[in-house]
Design a protein around this ligand. Sequence first.
Ligand code: NAP
Length: 323
Amino acid sequence: MFQKLALIGIGLIGSSIARAARLKGLAKTIAISTRKPETLDEARALALGDFYSLDAAEAVRGADLVILCTPVGAYGAVMEQIAGALEPGAILSDVGSVKQHVLKVVGPLVPSGVHFVPGHPIAGTEYSGPASGFPELFVGRWCVLTPEKGVDPVAIDRLTSFWGAMGSNVECMSAEHHDLVLAITSHVPHLVAYNIVGTVADLEADTQSEVIKFSASGFRDFTRIAASDPVMWRDVFLTNRDAVLEMLGRFLEDLAKLQRAVRVGDGPGLEAMFTRTRTVRRSIIDAGQETAAPDFGRPHPGDKAEPAPLSDLVREHGGGDDA
Ligand code: NAP
């Protein structure tokens, strides 16, 4: 599909793309660049590509597809390095979890003749680094593309086919719409998880050990989300501030209503609300974005049963993320 794919940043997402592209034969050559020599060595030891360099400009030279896979906060610095080395006609994309900021920071640095098609795979886990990726990460997950008006439709089609070949469903939308939707489906939930786990971390030591001991009761699921990469999530909240504050405002209003229902003992109100939310989960399962297996199909220590099928594990991983 492509002669040379250049991946700048080779953590969870970059290494998953490298693995999937290799498995599906989507690029003749895969070039990898990252910031730290030890990360590049790890990528080399895992045989994720064909060419490795700490110099991002060297990696993108001659590439017909370049994907930025670093935390969003690094995009400006990366673009300064690579802009002059991008080939005319190449497609430049990314995987960042916010999109308006990416258009603002990267857009002005894209040389004419290069097709800029920002992207965001709605898939991930709470793990980081080259060893954490796996080729099935994108299977059955959405990938959102947010090209601006006037971008060459052929470039959009080629990138759509690339993500489709890695197993994703692809949808195009505006960067603004993407950021608003992701603020409520991903960014605010992460903020809530970070907050709950942070509250526990501040509890006195004896209460804390009880919380850890009895954590199966809901808290545990928050800890998984709150274990997500601190740098990536710092950048998400720094760069999608307006949409996050808008959705957080609505969330807090609704939380105040729930607080009142609990205080006044409004049983019917609570039950009606919880019944409504249950149907949301059912519709996510019906849409194939979650497994209906109890406890997300997770195997537990001491389970005698067969391990969960790969498709369930992939969904579990995929459901983690940032997504
Ligand atoms: P990750 O596992 O932490 O990997 C980040 C990679 O970027 C590493 O190879 C890191 O290498 C490199 N890097 C960091 N700062 C750099 C810099 N200044 N210059 C060059 N390379 C740099 O992160 P990830 O989870 O793959 O996330 C990468 C991107 O994907 C982010 O933009 C994130 O928003 C997006 N995303 C993440 C998820 C998710 O669930 N994790 C889901 C969808 C999209 P060094 O070790 O060399 O610094």
